[in-house]
Design a binder for this molecule. Structure first.
Ligand code: BJW
Length: 228
């Protein structure tokens, strides 16, 4: 990678699939088990907060039963060894990149282990359950919600991401279906700035034709192959 000075890596649910975390849109995935409009929209939360809180409590609890896989570890190693700038952006709300050794992960769709207070707006680290309506550690209001980005909400740190996309030489998308914006549009942003673009996914994503190069297969094998 001698000529590459700046890399942006985008990851999605597929990178955590081999760790045992369900993806969203595959057969038997989360959106087959739950209606997306019930559990991943502000309107769903307003209608039935208990359903939404228990959905995210269940997913937070499940994190303790899974481990990062070879793809998370390979990215962390690249992060340590790459001499240029590397921005790791994940759509995932799990903490497997961090546990795989990455220490600068941008979670554009939030994090399971974070709470957002609907009263004071503060974000705080959160490991427990929310269904019992615990008070916000900052303002004490019983108004905590999962700190995740639902449909219709603005993902985190978009300015920082677009700045990095506008300067990168290489954009790599790993384990994402390309069905959800704005992340699905990052490949075009990167191409406009002259970056080489690579898709690594189990199967061709919706936007696979937008990439210069695509490698299809499991991330646990293809990501270590690519980073070495
Ligand atoms: C493997 C593998 C293995 C399996 N190895 N690969 C019409 C047109 C365009 C846009 C819109 C529209 N109508 C509405 C919108 C906007 C909307 C949107 O995109 N809707 C679409 C449905 C069309 N987007 C939003 O509302 C976003 N906000 C927004 O746009 O704000 C305005 C804005 C404007 C301008 C700039 C910026 C902002 C918010 C989106 C929030 C998404 N939230 C969720 C839930 C988060 C919390 C939670 O986890 O519960 O995020 S939805 C869900 O989808 C989750 C994921 O992060 C996201 C993406 O899913 P991902 O990661 O791609 O997973 P899958 O399952 O889809 O794919 C997995 C892939 O892995 C598959 O391809 C497999 O093959 C592969 N795979 N095993 C490698 N071993």
């Amino acid at each position: 990678m001698a000529e590459i000075a700046r890399i942006v890596i985008l990851t999605g649910a597929g990178i955590s699939a081999e760790s045992g975390i369900d993806t969203f849109r595959s057969a038997g995935g989360l959106w087959e088990q739950h209606k997306v409009e019930d559990v991943a929209t502000p309107e769903g939360f307003a209608r039935d907060p208990d359903l939404v809180l228990s959905f995210y409590d269940m997913r937070r609890e499940a994190l303790s039963k899974v481990e990062p896989n070879a793809a998370h570890v390979a990215i962390a190693r690249l992060e340590r060894e790459f001499a240029g700038e590397l921005l790791l952006v994940t759509q995932n709300v799990d903490d497997l990149h961090e546990r795989g050794g990455s220490d600068r992960v941008l979670h554009m769709h939030g994090e399971l282990k974070s709470a957002l207070c609907g009263a004071c707006g503060m974000r705080s680290r959160w490991e427990g359950r929310m269904i019992e309506r615990p008070p916000c550690p900052i303002c004490q209001a019983p108004s905590l919600r999962p700190d995740v980005v639902w449909f219709g909400e603005m993902p985190y740190q978009m300015e920082r991401i677009y700045t990095a996309l506008g300067r990168c030489d290489l954009f790599v998308s790993i384990g994402t279906s390309g069905a959800v914006y704005p992340a699905a549009g990052f490949v075009q942003e990167a191409r406009q700035s002259g970056a080489h673009t690579l898709e690594v996914n189990l199967e061709p994503s919706e936007g696979t034709h937008l990439f210069h190069e695509a490698r299809h297969g499991p991330a646990g094998r293809l990501v270590p192959d690519w980073t070495e």
